[in-house]
Design a protein around this ligand. Structure first.
Ligand code: PEP
Ligand code: MN
Length: 261
């Protein structure tokens, strides 16, 4: 891993006020090595492979506004309207807020990517972004997605890429990972693009033991941080219950599996 780490941590999705408040409290108080930046993951929108609960949507903006006084807040967006809606509503209440908008693996759409780039260009002091790799190992699509965001005006230093692995369908998967990481591909794209690259152990691992294994494997590569799921009470999580680290264990998990020497 690199020295200046970005840790985006929190629940898969924002579910209710208590869960968001508790998550923000723990993440903001989490002690981390020098040079580490923390952001709160609290997604308002959830892409779903099969129909199901798909997030609280814009109704959760008030929670993001509240926590934006404590630390930077991060949400996925699904439509080309979401970036502006989220950013303008938060900034109307807290002009100092720092907001990370991300585009996920299941929503590779250049209209959304450009909308993220445009809003980031308009508010370079407030808005950063993250682009996850697409579902399939398609280097061209990942690079192209980053270029769509940058060409729409996004400052280069405000965009990070995130490796969340690729769908295992049709590939050997002896460990039964949820998604298969390709660290060499991620490092190649990092090098080529000059963009920072974080790793997502949650959506690669899929279950806690494998999440921890993913951390220990990935720490040998030059990742610039993590996007990692943790929940105050994972058994009650509405999405991705099996892979979310209990918040009160996050610190020891990170120190034992990521920051170990
Ligand atoms: C997520 O981060 O919650 C998510 C939906 O991930 P991905 O886009 O990697 O599937
Ligand atoms: Mn998730």
């Amino acid at each position: 891993m690199t020295k200046e780490q970005l840790i985006i941590a929190g629940p898969c999705a924002a579910e209710n006020a208590e869960q968001v408040v508790e998550s923000a409290k723990v993440i903001s108080q989490l002690s981390v090595p020098q040079g580490t930046t923390k952001e709160l993951r609290i997604s308002l929108f959830k892409p779903r492979t099969n129909p199901g609960w798909d997030g609280v949507g814009l109704a959760g903006i008030a929670w993001m506004i509240e926590q934006s006084h404590l630390l930077p807040v991060a949400t996925e967006v699904l439509s080309d309207q979401h970036p502006r809606q989220v950013v303008e509503q938060i900034l109307a209440q807290n002009s100092h807020a720092r907001i990370r908008i991300w585009v996920g693996a299941r929503n590779y759409n250049h209209g959304v990517q450009q909308a993220v780039g445009r809003i980031a260009a308009e508010f370079p002091n407030n808005v950063t972004a993250m682009l996850k790799n697409p579902m399939h190992p398609d280097e061209k699509a990942w690079n192209g997605g980053a270029e769509h965001i940058l060409l729409a005006g996004m400052p280069h230093e405000n965009l990070v890429l995130c490796h969340r692995g690729h769908t295992p369908n049709g590939h050997p998967n002896p460990l039964k990972l949820r998604n298969l990481p390709d660290h060499d591909l991620a490092m190649r794209i990092k090098e080529k693009s000059g963009l920072r690259m974080v790793f997502d152990p949650s959506h690669t691992g899929g279950t806690l033991e494998l999440v921890y294994l993913m951390l220990r494997t990935a720490r040998k590569y030059q990742y610039d941080g993590l996007c990692i799921e943790a929940h105050p009470n994972p058994t009650e999580a509405k999405t991705d219950a099996l892979q979310q680290i209990p918040l009160n264990e996050l610190k020891s998990v990170l120190y034992n599996n990521w920051w170990t020497k």
